[in-house]
Design a protein around this ligand. Structure first.
Ligand code: ZN
Length: 219
């Protein structure tokens, strides 16, 4: 969709006339009309106001010309998973799991960003990979090649202990570094997760079913 169609659609959805929209973003009715005929597009300040008014990102207003990717975890971002500042404005650089309310959500990411930014995070990932691969090696499992930032709500599997007790080791609200290993073990997937405090290795069937905890180790 082009900007002109996006604006027309959003204005209509909100039940605003061109005149009413113009008043809300401090332009003339003619300006709105020119946007909707495709003669002009709003300037950046007006785009910011429209973004707040319609609760869509500027990228969406512009007809999604860029494929947005989270600068922290690399996940592709759309309005539904985009981060926001404390005042509710979109931050188009990060996904909502990596950055929320004006702050990085990851303890380790925050700590590493403070002292050295992305470079330090890469170093930390390498360190975790080394530690995880040492454990995987002992178990005779394939190596982990990379780690991604993963939301706890997707990887917080419930394990059954030998005594039948069910346990979760992660928190739905936190974010972890982890990945699923390339190789499979007897039809089961192997997954790793870690943060500043622990290393976890588990196996599971497709979609995380019948998970089994292989290793949980404090760092
Ligand atoms: Zn992210």
């Amino acid at each position: 969709m082009e900007t002109k169609d996006v604006i027309l659609e959003l204005r209509t959805q909100k039940g605003l006339s061109q005149e009413e929209l113009a008043a809300k973003v401090f332009v003339t009715r003619q300006a709105v009309s020119r946007w909707e005929t495709g003669e002009t597009i709003p300037n950046i300040e007006t785009l910011k106001l429209l973004s707040q008014l319609f609760d869509v990102s500027i990228n969406t207003l512009l007809g999604s010309p860029s494929k947005l990717v989270c600068k922290c975890c690399g996940m592709s971002i759309e309005d539904c998973n985009m981060s926001r500042e404390i005042d509710g404005k979109f931050n188009e650089e990060y996904c909502k799991w990596c950055y929320a309310d004006g702050e990085y959500t990851l303890d380790f990411w925050k700590r590493y960003a403070e002292i050295g930014g992305t470079e330090k995070l890469e170093e930390f990932k390498k360190q975790l990979l080394f530690e995880l691969n040492t454990l995987l090696d002992i178990e005779g499992l394939p190596k982990a090649e990379n780690l991604n930032v993963l939301s706890g709500e997707f990887i917080n599997l419930e394990y059954t202990l030998p005594n039948g007790e069910k346990v979760k080791y992660l928190s739905d609200n936190q974010t972890y570094l982890g990945s699923q290993l390339e190789s499979e073990l007897g039809g089961r997937c192997i997954g790793v997760a870690a943060n500043m405090d622990f290393l976890l290795i588990c196996s599971y069937e497709e979609n995380g079913e019948n998970p089994e905890l292989l290793i949980y180790k404090k760092r």
